[in-house]
Structure formats: structure tokens, C-alpha cells
Design a protein around this ligand. Sequence first.
Ligand code: ZN
Length: 357
Amino acid sequence: MAERKSIVNIEGLVEDLAPEDQAIFKRIFHVTSTVGELVPPPSMHPWIEKHFGSVEAVLKQRIIKITNLVTMEGALFNELRASRPMEAKDARDLEEAINAQKGGPFCRPLEGTPADVFGRVRGRHCITASNIAKYDGFHGLVIFENHNPLVFDVEEVKDYFDTALGWARAAHQMDPEARYFFLMWNCLWKSGASIIHGHIQLTLSKGMHYAKVEALRRAALAYRKEYGSDYFADLYRIHEALGLGWRDGNVRGMAYLTPIKEKEIILIASGMDDNLKEAVYRVLSRLTKELGVQSFNLALYMPPLAEAPEDWEGFPHLIRIVDRGEPFNRTADFGAMELYAASVIASDPFQVAAALR
Ligand SMILES: [Zn+2]
């Protein structure tokens, strides 16, 4: 029987898949569902009705726990949390806070930021700088011309990525041993950005890639050894079969079933071409303009710039984007659950996919 497309119905939706897709789903994901029950005193009823619509709505709560058996990422979804509507937020206070930081060092990068030892890479809408307090040997920045980090168009996003890759090549040329490139875009303070002005951070590492990237490489390799199949292709295949995936040219996108936090999107491509950059723009644009996302993290995983001793065959270019919540909410979105157990997620991947497909 066809069930409503919602994360709380994931078990039924998987049962509806073709047998081969079901088999792939089950070797990647483990799903458990349970029901949490409670007994509210009458004195709480008005408060519950105000926040959840009715008392009945909270008496029994369906909870879905999904574990990615390949990468050991995990997420917990609660029907109550997932049923909240996603809507655009009032952005006036935020714009005021962003404008108040105008005139800082990133507004005048040539005077306000250091250059790398190999100089600066200039884009049409951005320029690179060297990070003042480094966490790797090569640690740079792409500083956007636009002060407001939430204002960008497709040409600018393409230019940011091109400039970032130009920086990576320049750094690699200085030290050919440095071959593991990582790009991260932290937007606004909730995401860990310490400076409000729009920017992307870049590192080029050596010896081994960062732990989480290396863990994914090893997981995908182990998967190929065990099943003789490509992990990333299978991951996309089951997301698409469930209605959680979409194609944007040669880029495959999905609202991930074990997101690290809210509305996590994964884009998979075979290279950093215009198609991928444009797909990134389209996702960011929809998230920020239609789904009320104001603070986000974006990360790029890709194979090393030069031959490495370990096996990177089949490892794609992978973009991960996650919503970090409302900038003026003082509560952190990550607690002990996210850090040490599994992520607690309020956004339904089926709603996210429906908005992005
Ligand atoms: Zn600025």
C-alpha cells in the first residue's frame, strides 16, 4: 500500500520499493521505529494545545531511528518535530546585524588580511587571503566582494569555487606533498563563522586527508569490497527510488536519510565543473530564499589534487550542505546527542526533497 511520503512512514515506503532497491536499502540503512508515550496533567493542556495543536498529538509520538551501516552516521526523527511547517523567516533583524559589521577587515582585504606566501588569487567577485590563525599548513580564505553573506548569484558562486581551486593549485605548486584540498563555507555565526562578511575557507593538507573524509573513503572502499558495487551510486539509487533524490544535469542530489543536522543535502558529481557549481547555487538559493535557511555550513569532499598512496578510485566530488538554525536562537543546535550519539532531526527529508527537486 502506498503511504504518505514522510520520514515517519519510511518502513512502509521501503517495503514498496522494488526488491533489488530494498536489498540495497537494507545493506546501507538500518531502521528502527518506536512509540514514546506520556501522561500530561490537565494543567498542561492549554500549553500543549498552543504548541502542538492538540493534547492527542503528543500522547503517542512515533520515533524513527536510522543508521547508515556503511558510514555509521545516525539520525533520530520524531513525528511531532517533523510535522512542523518549514517557512521563511523575517530577515529584517538579521540584515541589520549583518550591516552593522560593514567596514571590517574583509571589506578591505588588501589592508585588512594577510596574503599567502604565493600571493593572492583574484576572482571577478572575490579575492583570496591567508588565514591569520591557521589550523593547517595551507589555510586560506576566499573573501567575497559582497559584504552580506546571504547575497550571491550564480556567477558569483561559480567564481568563488574557481578562485578556491586556483588557490589550491597555487598552494599545491608550492608544496607538492600538500594534496588534500578541503573547502568549507560557514555562513553566519550559528555555523561557526567568526566574521560576518561573506567568505569561504580553504585548506590544503598533507600526510592523510581529514579524519571524516578519510573515514568515508575507507567506508566506500569496504563497501565495494563486500558488495562489488559503488557505494555512492547505490546511496543515490535508493534515495532516488524513495523520492529523495534528483538529477540536475550530471549532478545527483539528495535529501540525506542520516543527516548530520537539519535539511542536509548531498550533491554528488564526478568533477568540479560548471554543472556542479550551478547545482550548488540552486540548492543554496532555494534553501535561503524559500526554506528560511539563514545560517548554513557547506563542505566539499574531493579526491586529492595529485596521486596519493591510498586508493581514491571512484571517490566523487561531494558537496554537503546543512542548515544551522535561526541566528537569533541562543540554543545551540548541537548537543551531546549530536556529538556523541546520533543527530536529532526536526526536518523531514521528504519535505526537503520536495522543495528542492
Ligand atoms: Zn564586510
